[in-house]
Design a protein around this ligand. Structure first.
Ligand code: MN
Length: 258
């Protein structure tokens, strides 16, 4: 099996290294990842600057893959179209430092890379580890969890082209309580910015969004992760709102169509 591994924290991020270590027991792993951190770039792609590519070696001198001066989605495109010698059986993105649940899924570069893989019809998995300041992130243990889940998913969904978003709870409070398959939450963030002044007197802002306290009892990736469960959410990039498609088609149908 050939696995393409990418992320949005950059090719030198510890989460990617830990996951690579584990995935190597499943097959050949090729890394194509951003040269620098690209968190929260969503599904951006690079059109106005060149996508510089640099081969990267592991500490032992073996080929690790390529560092790309681009976004996570660029990395997957470039890997599939130009860099890899064959189509991979699986694309894995992560392990991200910090969870990607709720509406954050739509800002996430980690998830965007997996979505890009699904565009190509390849089974793709995004993996994120919850971060609770100021606790150390146990990527080694999270990578072991991730490998077990990927093995389980592959048993059924290898070659399916399906897309999965996995979040692992912060491991400082002990092992995860279990695995829950849950829908994506739609909890709003309280958007706020810290206003500051730079040494030259210019005003600048830091984005400091905060989760609005949960007022819902519905079971989502946000709530299950907060309760200490690993969450798996099947995703799809078709954003059509099928609940309203027919109504809208009726609203705009011409008399002759009836
Ligand atoms: Mn990130």
């Amino acid at each position: 099996m050939h696995i393409l591994l990418t992320n949005d924290d950059g090719i030198y991020a510890p989460g990617l290294r830990a996951l690579r270590q584990e995935l190597r027991s499943l097959g050949r792993v090729t890394v194509v990842a951003p040269a620098t951190e690209q968190s929260a770039v969503g599904h951006s792609i690079t059109l106005l600057t060149p996508l510089l590519v640099q081969p990267v070696e592991d500490a032992d001198g073996s080929a690790l893959g390529w560092a790309v001066e681009g976004k996570p989605a660029d990395c997957v495109k470039l890997a599939l179209v130009e860099l890899l010698d064959e189509t991979p059986d699986l694309i894995v993105s992560g392990i991200n430092a910090g969870s990607n649940v709720g509406i954050n899924v739509l800002y996430s570069g980690t998830v965007a890379a997996a979505i890009e893989g699904a565009f190509f019809g390849i089974t793709s998995v995004a993996i994120s580890l919850e971060y609770r300041d100021p606790v150390h992130l146990d990527f080694a243990e999270a990578a072991r969890c991730a490998r077990r889940l990927i093995v389980q998913l592959l048993e059924k969904y290898r070659g399916s082209g399906r897309l999965f978003n996995i979040n692992i709870p912060s491991l400082d409070a002990g092992p995860p309580k279990g695995v829950r398959v849950v829908p994506q939450g739609i909890v709003r963030y309280r958007e706020q910015f810290q206003r500051r002044t730079d040494p030259r007197g210019r005003v600048y802002f830091w984005s400091m969004p905060e989760l609005v306290p949960l007022q819902t009892t519905s079971d989502t990736d946000v709530t299950a992760l907060a309760e200490g469960y690993i969450t798996i959410t099947p995703l799809h990039f078709d954003l059509t709102d099928y609940r309203h498609l027919e109504t809208l088609q009726r609203d705009f149908s011409t008399p002759g169509d009836r």
